[in-house]
Design a protein around this ligand. Structure first.
Ligand SMILES: C[S@@+](CC[C@H](N)C(=O)[O-])C[C@H]1O[C@@H](n2cnc3c(N)ncnc32)[C@H](O)[C@@H]1O
Length: 513
C-alpha cells in the first residue's frame, strides 16, 4: 500500500518513480520513503551478514558436537576402567526404576563429573566407589493401583506414565521388601481392600513405603528393631542370626479423620491379617514385619506421603547402625535407601574431619552425618541445623543412646531453621561445616556467606559438601572456587542408586590461608 501511494504521487507530478521528485511528496510520504530506504538497507546488511552468522552458528554447533563426542569417549574410557556391573533385572524393559542395564559402575554422569573436576577444579583424581548392584535398596516406595483386570498392581510406573507395573522380582530390592509385597498382595484380596484408581481418584490404598529393619535391638533397648547397612557386621555382630524385618507404611486415600467406619474397619482388618500371617516360614523363623503404619494422603497430587500418621502394629521407631553409630528413624524420617553406600560415604566424611574439631552439620535430617562424626572423631561439639523440625525427636533419641554408650558424646545442639537464614549463627566457631543439601543445592544466602569474609572470621576452615545433584554442585563449587577463598582438596563419588544415571558426590573444600 505504501509503495503504491508513493508511486501514484510521483506519477501525478509527471516524474517516474526514483527520479528525484521527493519535493512534491507530502511529509507523511517522505517519512514513509525514508523508512522504506532504511528497511532496504537493513535487508541488504542482513544479507551481507548472513554467511558470517551462519558460519558462527556452525562453529558453535561443531564445538558442541566435539564436546559431546569427547564426553562420550571419556565415558567409554571410564566404562573400561570401572568394574563391569550388570543389572540383570527381569523387569528392566517395563519398569522405570533403572536407567542402565549394564556398566552401572560408570553411569554417563560420571563422565560429566570427571570432566568438571579435571577442567574446572584442576582436580584430576576424581573417582567413583561402587558397591553391589543387587539387593541394595532398603527403602522402597511403591504405587498400588487397580489394573485393567481389576487386580492390584504393586510396583513403579512405566516410563513417562502413571501406569504402574508389577515388579515382584526387582533385583535392587532387599529380599525382605519383595517378600513383604508378596504378602501384601495376598492381604489385599483376602481383606477386599480397593487399590487406588488413578483416573477416578477412588480406591483406598495408594502407596506402600517399605523399610528394611535388622533385628534384634541392642540389649536393654525398648524399640524392637535395628536397621542395618551390613547386617551382622554393621550391627556389631549381634544381628547375625536374625532375618531382616520390614517397617511397612500403608498410604491411605483419605484424611485421618475422614476414613469412615467401613474403610477404617478394612484398614484394621488389613493390618490384623498382615500381622497374623507375617511369619518368615519354617526355613527362617521369626516375623517379617517390624511394624505397620497408616499414612493418610487425601490430596490428588504426586506427593506420596501425607501429613498424618497412625501406628497400627509393632514398634514406633527403628534403628540403623550407620557410620559407627545407632541412628533412630521414624517412618516419616528422611533416610538414604542404600545403607551400604551411605556407610561408605560416612567413612569418607570421617576421614576428612580432624579429630577434636568443632562441627556444624547444616542439612542434618535426623542427624546421621553429625552423629557419626560425634561417635568417631571426638569433636569438641556438634551443631545440627535442619529446616524440618520432624527430624528432631528421632535425633534426640539417637543422641541419648550415644550419651549412654561407653564412649559418651560431646555437646550436641539441634536447631530448626533454614541453613541460609542465619549462616553466621549456624557456623559460628565451627571449624568444619558439613553441607548435605537437597538436589537443588545450597541456598544462595548460605553460599554468599561461605564466599565472604564472615565465614573465615567465624573460624570455618573446611567445608564438606555431600551432593545428590551434580548440576547444583557444579554451580556451588564454582562459586566457592571463584570467591578465591576456597580450594578443592578432595572429591569422590558414591553409587547410591546403582542402575540410575545418578551420583552422590563428596567434595572437600579447604580455606586458602
Ligand atoms: C539429602 S537430605 C540429608 C539429610 C541428612 N544429612 C542425612 O544424611 O540423613 C537433605 C536434608 O536437608 C534438609 N533441608 C532442605 N532444605 C534445607 C534448608 N534450606 N536448610 C536446612 N535444611 C534443609 C531436608 O529437610 C533434608 O533433611
Amino acid at each position: 500500500m505504501v509503495l503504491r501511494g508513493i508511486t501514484v504521487a510521483l506519477a501525478a507530478a509527471g516524474q517516474p518513480p526514483g527520479a528525484g521528485g521527493t519535493a512534491e511528496l507530502t511529509p507523511r510520504q517522505r517519512r514513509m520513503a525514508r523508512r522504506q530506504k532504511q528497511h532496504a538497507k537493513q535487508r541488504e546488511l542482513r544479507q551481507q551478514e548472513q554467511p558470517a552468522r551462519l558460519e558462527r552458528e556452525q562453529a558453535v554447533e561443531q564445538q558442541r558436537a566435539a564436546a559431546a563426542e569427547e564426553l562420550q569417549q571419556l565415558h567409554v574410557q571410564l566404562l573400561q576402567q570401572q568394574p563391569d556391573l550388570p543389572l540383570n533385572c527381569p523387569h528392566f524393559a517395563s519398569c522405570s526404576g533403572c536407567d542402565l542395564q549394564s556398566g552401572l559402575a560408570a553411569p554417563p554422569l560420571l563422565a560429566s563429573a570427571t570432566r568438571f573436576f579435571a577442567e574446572r577444579c584442576a582436580y584430576p583424581g576424581f573417582r567413583l566407589a561402587a558397591g553391589p548392584a543387587q539387593q541394595w535398596r532398603r527403602r522402597a516406595r511403591l504405587a498400588v493401583r487397580r489394573g485393567d483386570d481389576g487386580e492390584a498392581v504393586v510396583g513403579l510406573f512405566s516410563e513417562g506414565s502413571h501406569d504402574a507395573v508389577d515388579i515382584p522380582d526387582c533385583v535392587a530390592h532387599h529380599p525382605a521388601i519383595n517378600a513383604a509385597v508378596s504378602l501384601l498382595r495376598e492381604a489385599l484380596t483376602a481383606c477386599g481392600v480397593e487399590p487406588y484408581h488413578e483416573a477416578s481418584g477412588k480406591g483406598e490404598l495408594r502407596y506402600l513405603q517399605l523399610t528394611v529393619v535388622q533385628p534384634p535391638a541392642p540389649a536393654g533397648s525398648q524399640d524392637g528393631g535395628q536397621l542395618g547397612a551390613g547386617g551382622a557386621a554393621a550391627a556389631g555382630g549381634t544381628a547375625a542370626a536374625a532375618p531382616a524385618q520390614v517397617q511397612l507404611v500403608l498410604v491411605w486415600n483419605a484424611a485421618a479423620g475422614e476414613v469412615g467406619d467401613a474403610a477404617d474397619e478394612r484398614l484394621s482388618a488389613l493390618s490384623d491379617w498382615l500381622w497374623q500371617r507375617q511369619q518368615h516360614g519354617e526355613q527362617q523363623p521369626g516375623s517379617l514385619l517390624h511394624s505397620i503404619w497408616a499414612n493418610f494422603q487425601p490430596a490428588a497430587t504426586n506427593t506420596i506421603l501425607g501429613e498424618e500418621w497412625r501406628l497400627l502394629r509393632g514398634a514406633e521407631v527403628a534403628w540403623a547402625r550407620l557410620g559407627g553409630v545407632d541412628i533412630c528413624y521414624g517412618p516419616g524420617s528422611f533416610m538414604q535407601a542404600n545403607f551400604g553406600a551411605m556407610d561408605a560415604a560416612l567413612a569418607a566424611i570421617q576421614a576428612h574431619v580432624p579429630a577434636g574439631a568443632t562441627v556444624a552439620d547444616l542439612h542434618a535430617g535426623v542427624g546421621t552425618i553429625g552423629l557419626s562424626l560425634a561417635a568417631t572423631r571426638a569433636p569438641r561439639w556438634v551443631r545440627f541445623v535442619e529446616i524440618n523440625g520432624q527430624g528432631e525427636p528421632p535425633f534426640q533419641q539417637s543422641a541419648e543412646r550415644l550419651r549412654a554408650s561407653a564412649a559418651g558424646a560431646p555437646p550436641l545442639e539441634y536447631l530448626v531453621g533454614a541453613a541460609g537464614s542465619q549462616p553466621g549463627r549456624w557456623c559460628k566457631g565451627a571449624e568444619v561445616v558439613v553441607l548435605d543439601p537437597p538436589r537443588k543445592g545450597c541456598e544462595p544466602a548460605l553460599l554468599r556467606y561461605l564466599c565472604s569474609d564472615g565465614a573465615a572470621a567465624a573460624g570455618v576452615r573446611r567445608v564438606l559438601y555431600l551432593s545428590c545433584g551434580l548440576p547444583a554442585l557444579q554451580r556451588d563449587a564454582a562459586a566457592l572456587l571463584d570467591s578465591g577463598r576456597w580450594r578443592l582438596a578432595h572429591a569422590e563419588a558414591f553409587l547410591f542408586f546403582p542402575g540410575a544415571d545418578h551420583l552422590e558426590t563428596l567434595c572437600v573444600f579447604d580455606k586458602i590461608e
